[in-house]
Design a protein around this ligand. Structure first.
Ligand SMILES: *[C@@H]1O[C@H](CO)[C@@H](O)[C@H](O)[C@H]1NC(C)=O
Ligand SMILES: *[C@@H]1O[C@H](CO)[C@@H](O)[C@H](O)[C@H]1NC(C)=O
Ligand SMILES: *[C@@H]1O[C@H](CO)[C@@H](O)[C@H](O)[C@H]1NC(C)=O
Ligand SMILES: *[C@@H]1O[C@H](CO)[C@@H](O)[C@H](O)[C@H]1NC(C)=O
Ligand SMILES: *[C@@H]1O[C@H](CO)[C@@H](O)[C@H](O)[C@H]1NC(C)=O
Ligand SMILES: *[C@@H]1O[C@H](CO)[C@@H](O)[C@H](O)[C@H]1NC(C)=O
Length: 833
């Protein structure tokens, strides 16, 4: 799709904004690449460039000794420092330590994974320090934040981050935790397919509803999003308006068939080839594996465009080079089992809502791996070539769409009117234990609260008849992915007995407990509210008997998920209850844990910042020392030499030598202040010399300026005097009084006298001595004279008595612009200033 078109369009839309708008950052966080975009009034909406002006940033972070690196610098570290280069961290978000994800990750990276205190994953650097996945990702977010802030020219806090639609609660929590550790605020998480759909809708209209599939082949996963686009007339007051409706119907996915899986297949091929040729086992050698891994990634890209690729890795293992050739067909053979997995998500998203390919207008390809011929071919074969569309930017549609979505949420930006409704793919259930029946036992009741493809941003109310505290467990009907926990959270509802007693005492006959289960726009499920509630019947209040039964149906232990209770007349009493959460095997970070992580990151930022300042101070000092050495060493008549005295030069020489020795012997242990002090000590010796030279250079210009105003004033006075005489003779009103002219003449004479005296004195001063008058004072005095003159120039022309033939000029008494202008030659000088 034409990006220019989109950008042009957005520039229009961001005009006429209200004041004080905060910038908004969107991040498409992928396992291989990070893309980011910034929305800020006055700044063209676009993808952020990194420090190398790249539109996408390698999703890597690493350390080279004490230096923290990001992007490709960090990625490229892997071949030399395999355990200090952290890549593909997305695979480790929100997963338990004992899981398939960790063993799969071991085939993608040589980094050491360790168990965190939360049973999630940390990575261990070669220096032994451990970093939680969330902390490492937070560092990447901070890095992007800094890029955004340098473009925005202000702090950026609000962020919207893309997530795959299949992300579970724990994975979404891990994203939000990283955002918070980075000191950012989550405006929303948006499913990446939905973001692409928004980007697609931005520049299109839909006179008839259309259904499309967003086919997103990323590095880690393939996902499909089935979307209906339509134009809807908004109801409500005012004139009817139309907006574009982007309605997600369902989604499908395969978590292990993206571009990185193809890399793995190629890696295996190359490594086996090498091992066969050399009869060695290199699978345990981290450096060798990292080299082959990088090569596999490179070959995959080449094989997307070519039928064969040549591979050369120098010193692939120890000092053995690798040389090989691979055909595209060989590569495809390594991934033949994936062919079917590439297209299953297409079928699943349709099957979930009972549609077929016939209902689909097009399948829109996006994501970096959608360029792989094998994947494209599989999609074409399944849906027919004519339905496959490559009309969005495969790399950037998601991050731009996320930015637009964020803009629509924040309501600060005026964008095309688009309404988005998304769905959540999992089957969410609530489970609880019934109160034991008299003499009997309790049982566990489990019921579906949000069936698959429920609308994100909706709530359900569960009503219980309970006497005591109880717990509600929220869980997935099925494990969302291998080794992921089925449980989401357990909510303990507290204060029940007291609240029920309280309500009963107040005359509520059948108090119940109502809990609200919310499915947020960002795909989080939680119990957002719990109350004890009941109605005091009016007849009860009046103390009358009544046979009428307007009570809500008495509930058994089973909950109902209706949103409305039968309304009856009477006073509704509610008492809030407490909700305490417990999380399963991969709990989100607690507020304290996040604060600690945030501080830990800030500490490295501070250390790096002061290290950077120290290096800067040292560099500044060193380059100054070399400059001084050159100045002192040059024996020709340089300005420095002409403007300095021998004693001054030897003092500088002495201090310079001392400082050079200090740099050599002690600077490595010195701190920033010492460098700054040394610098300013030397500067204070050189400053008088530089000052003299600057004054000498400035002097002719300042003198010229003084003489110019001297001359202009003189000219003015001569002319004004002549005019005054002429006016007096002709009986015309005088423009300037004699007093005014005399005052200017007096000022001029004083100026001339001062100038003549001091210029003469200054001319006697040798260059190596301090000047006796400063050019700044010359300019100030000239300015005073100038102001005096200007005041007279601007004086209003006095009213003339009209004699008929000149009537037209008399009507504008306040003409400061034209009639009060100075003589033409004076104006000319004035303009040259
Ligand atoms: C899907 O296609 C079938 C067959 O063409 C048609 O009967 C049905 O109405 C379509 N459904 C939608 C929602 O367009
Ligand atoms: C019960 O009712 C009393 C009086 O209305 C009130 O002060 C008290 O806080 C209530 N207790 C609870 C748990 O709401
Ligand atoms: C002084 O001003 C005049 C006229 O503006 C200019 O031609 C001349 O070069 C100036 N001299 C110096 C030393 O600036
Ligand atoms: C003198 O008179 C002439 C002619 O009216 C006018 O253009 C000029 O500005 C006057 N000069 C001064 C200094 O008043
Ligand atoms: C100021 O200008 C007058 C008239 O042009 C000239 O005679 C005099 O020498 C000037 N004085 C100085 C100090 O430049
Ligand atoms: C009116 O002004 C014009 C032009 O300045 C002059 O020639 C004429 O003599 C004036 N008339 C009177 C009555 O002053």
């Amino acid at each position: 799709m034409s990006r220019n078109l989109l950008l042009g369009f957005l520039c229009l839309l961001t005009l006429n904004l209200p004041q004080v708008l905060a910038s908004l950052l969107a991040i498409d966080y992928g396992s291989e690449w990070i893309k980011a975009s910034l929305m800020k009034p006055g700044v063209p909406f676009d993808v952020l460039l990194n420090k190398d002006s790249k539109r996408k940033i390698q999703s890597s972070i690493g350390w080279k000794n004490d230096d923290r690196l990001f992007g490709s610098d960090a990625y490229n570290l892997a071949t030399k420092f395999p355990t200090d280069s952290f890549n593909f961290l997305k695979y480790l978000q929100g997963v338990p330590f004992d899981s398939e994800a960790v063993s799969y990750y071991a085939t993608l990276s040589a980094a050491d994974t360790v168990k965190s205190s939360r049973n999630t994953i940390s990575l261990r650097r070669s220096d032994g320090t451990e970093w939680a996945v969330e902390e490492l990702i937070a560092m990447q977010f901070s890095y992007v934040k800094e890029l955004a802030e340098s473009v925005a020219g202000e702090k950026v806090t609000d962020v919207i981050v893309t997530v795959p639609p299949f992300y579970t609660q724990a994975e979404r929590d891990a994203v939000v935790d990283a955002i918070e550790i980075a000191g950012l605020r989550t405006l929303a998480l948006v499913n990446d397919g939905t973001a692409v759909a928004i980007n697609y809708a931005m520049t299109r209209t839909f006179p008839e509803p259309e259904i499309h599939i967003i086919y997103d082949a990323g590095a880690s996963a393939i996902r499909t999003t089935l979307v209906e686009f339509s134009t809807v007339e908004s109801t409500g007051k005012g004139k009817p308006k139309t907006y574009t409706q982007v309605k997600v119907l369902s989604s499908g996915f395969d978590r292990r068939s993206g571009g990185t899986e193809l890399d793995r297949r190629l890696l295996k091929f190359l490594v086996e080839d090498f091992m066969n040729k050399n009869q060695v086992d290199i699978t345990k050698d981290k450096r060798a594996m990292s080299k082959f891994r990088k090569e596999a990634n490179r070959l995959k890209v080449i094989l997307s465009a070519n039928n064969e690729a040549v591979s050369t890795i120098e010193s692939a293992y120890k000092d053995i080079d690798y040389r090989g050739k691979i055909k595209r067909s060989q590569f495809e053979a390594t991934a033949s089992d994936l062919q079917v997995r590439f297209v299953i998500p297409l079928h699943t998203c349709l099957a979930k809502v009972g549609l077929t390919f016939e209902n689909v207008t097009s399948v829109i390809l996006t994501g970096g791996a959608s360029r792989t011929p094998m994947i494209q071919q599989a999609v074409k074969t399944t849906v027919g070539e004519s339905k496959v569309a490559a009309n969005v930017n495969a790399d950037e549609a998601a991050v731009l769409g996320a930015g637009l979505y964020g803009a629509s949420l924040s309501r600060q930006f005026k964008t095309k009117d688009i309404k988005v409704s998304d769905v959540y793919m999992y089957d969410i259930q609530a489970s609880y234990t019934t109160e034991p029946k008299e003499g009997g036992s309790s049982k566990i009741i489990t019921s579906t609260i949000f069936p698959p493809s429920s609308k994100a941003g909706s709530t359900k109310t569960l009503t219980f008849k309970r006497k005591d505290d109880f717990s509600i467990r929220l869980l997935y009907k099925k494990t969302p992915f291998i080794d992921h926990s089925q449980g989401i959270a357990e909510a303990k509802i507290g204060g029940v007995a007291e609240a029920i007693a309280n309500l009963t005492e107040k005359g509520v006959p059948e108090p119940v407990i109502k809990t609200t289960v919310a499915l947020s726009e960002s795909g989080f499920v939680s119990i957002s509210d719990a109350i004890a509630v009941g109605q005091v019947k009016q007849d009860f209040i009046k103390g009358l008997f009544s046979g009428a039964d307007s009570e809500p149906a008495v509930l058994t232990d089973e909950s109902t998920t209706s949103e409305d209770m039968p309304k009856s007349l009477g006073l509704e009493l509610t008492i809030p209850l407490t909700i305490d959460f417990e999380f399963g095997s991969t709990p989100p970070m607690t507020a304290e844990e996040k604060r600690a992580a945030h501080n830990r990151l800030r500490e490295i930022d501070n250390i790096e910042g002061s290290k950077r300042r120290k290096e800067e101070a040292r560099n500044n000092l060193e380059s100054y020392l070399y400059k001084l050495r050159d100045l002192l060493g040059d024996e020709s008549q340089t300005p420095f030499r002409k403007c300095s005295q021998p004693g001054e030069r030897s003092a500088i020489q002495k201090k310079l030598e001392g400082t050079l020795t200090w740099i050599h012997d002690e600077a490595d242990d010195a701190d920033t202040t010492q460098f700054l002090e040394k610098l300013s000590g030397l500067e204070s010796l050189e400053r008088p010399i530089a000052h003299r030279y600057k004054e000498i250079e400035e002097f002719p210009k300042a003198l010229n300026n003084s003489q110019m105003w001297n001359w202009s004033s003189r000219l003015f006075i001569t002319e004004a005097k002549q005019n005054l005489t002429a006016e007096a003779e002709g009986g015309a009103p005088a423009r300037y009084t004699k007093a005014e002219i005399d005052a200017l003449e007096k000022a001029l004479k004083e100026h001339e006298a001062w100038l003549a005296e001091w210029v003469a004195k200054q001319r006697q001063v040798p260059m190596s001595q301090d000047p006796v008058i400063l050019t700044s004072e010359m300019r100030a005095r000239a300015k005073t004279l100038e102001n005096h003159l200007q005041k007279l120039w601007k004086k209003k022309v006095p009213l003339k008595k009209s004699n008929g033939s000149q009537g037209s000029s008399s009507g504008t008494p306040s003409g400061t612009g034209t009639s009060g202008t100075p003589p033409e030659d004076t104006v000319k000088i004035h303009d040259e200033l």
